[in-house]
Design a protein around this ligand. Structure first.
Ligand SMILES: [Mg+2]
Length: 351
């Protein structure tokens, strides 16, 4: 039987912080930009459920969060630590499944081939969940179903710290009353357009004419229609064993010298590509990691078409630097990293 699971770590950055500082547990805690007494710029990256009770959400401006809960714990991000914790959790999942596709630092699809029925799938999902908890200390939610889209939707309804199974026969009933805006892959703009067209729930959308949706949204229209009917043919694309490859450097003296930083990014890009080539891989995502002199960190990523060219790493990393790095603050540490790695030969077959 085909079983697909989505394993998603709960409030991941804050959960990591709670591990090394148990005092934070059950207290409203935010990882993100510095609130600066409500004048801070930037956003909440993650907050725990104690903070969500006060209306705080990830992606919210940090100034808004501060207005809602000024006495929450506000912590800067420590991506170096979160990546280590992510590797631990992902290794546990990888060892327990037939195929795995990591989609972000805290989320992975897993296919398990040996299960006979949904009863076994549920027991196995519980086992993965408890292994992750006992070995890495981190809570997660698990969605179990027959394709990736349905596993994702199941997982969303299981959060936090839950597990939810939706079988093929249950799919339509499960999706029917969910608002279109909550459908995976529907952003706020698409959600508004769907609402205006009179589709308020996924059930409404499932009855829409395919041609109407294609006329309005192009190829996305077909995907919307399929998803609304619980159909998703996309495969789990196994990521290579190595999740990401990158290089980092700590400056001898903290710096905001653009010329030096540009040169450093170029060098890190070349070195990273050297490591990627040795393993005959190509990449899709480039990440620039910056630790400022005050130890706050920024992590920005962008995905492109599969590439095995260091010029692409440089171009994207410099673009991320120019767009997102505060040039007034001195940098202590800089990292360039690529991910979404695939074997180069395999990529040639796919494209
Ligand atoms: Mg998560």
């Amino acid at each position: 039987m085909k079983v697909v699971m989505l394993i998603d770590m709960d409030y991941f950055y804050v959960a990591c912080e709670e591990l090394r500082n148990p005092e934070l547990k059950n207290k409203p805690t935010v990882v993100g930009a510095h609130p600066k007494e409500g004048k801070g710029r930037g956003v909440v990256l993650t907050c725990n459920y104690a903070a969500r009770k006060y209306g705080l959400r990830s992606g919210m401006p940090i100034s808004t969060a501060y207005k809602l809960k000024p006495d929450a714990n506000y912590l800067p991000a420590d991506f170096f630590y979160y990546e280590d914790k992510s590797k631990e959790a992902m290794a546990i999942i990888r060892n327990m499944c037939s195929r795995m596709e990591q989609v972000s630092i805290d989320e992975a699809y897993a296919a398990i081939d040996s299960l006979k029925d949904y009863g076994e799938a549920m027991a196995y999902g519980e086992k993965i969940k408890s292994e992750i908890k006992s070995k890495s200390g981190l809570p997660c939610s698990v969605g179990i179903s027959y394709n990736k889209f349905m596993a994702k939707m199941s997982c969303e309804s299981a959060k936090p710290n839950g597990i939810k199974i939706v079988s093929e026969t249950e799919a339509k009933g499960f999706l029917n009353d969910i608002p279109v805006g909550k459908m995976y892959g529907v952003g706020s703009k698409t959600g508004e357009r769907l609402e205006r067209m009179g589709y308020h729930t996924i059930g409404d959308l499932s009855h829409a004419k395919i041609m109407t949706l294609i006329g309005e949204f192009g190829s996305l229209g077909l995907e919307l229609h399929n998803h609304a009917n619980g159909i998703d043919e996309s495969e789990i694309i196994e990521n290579y064993d190595v999740k990401s490859i990158g290089r980092e450097v700590t400056f001898e003296n903290d710096t905001n010298d653009t010329a030096l930083i540009t040169k450093t990014i170029e060098k890190l890009s070349d070195d990273t590509m050297g490591d990627v080539s040795k393993q005959n891989l190509s990449f899709r995502t480039v990440t620039l990691k910056v630790r400022y002199h005050d130890f706050t960190e920024h992590l920005k990523s962008k995905s492109i078409k599969p590439s095995n060219n260091s010029e692409d790493i440089k171009r994207v990393a410099l673009e991320l630097y120019n767009l997102h790095v505060n040039k007034n603050i001195k940098i202590r540490k800089l990292g360039v990293r690529v991910s979404k790695l695939t074997k180069y030969e395999m990529q040639k077959r796919l494209f």
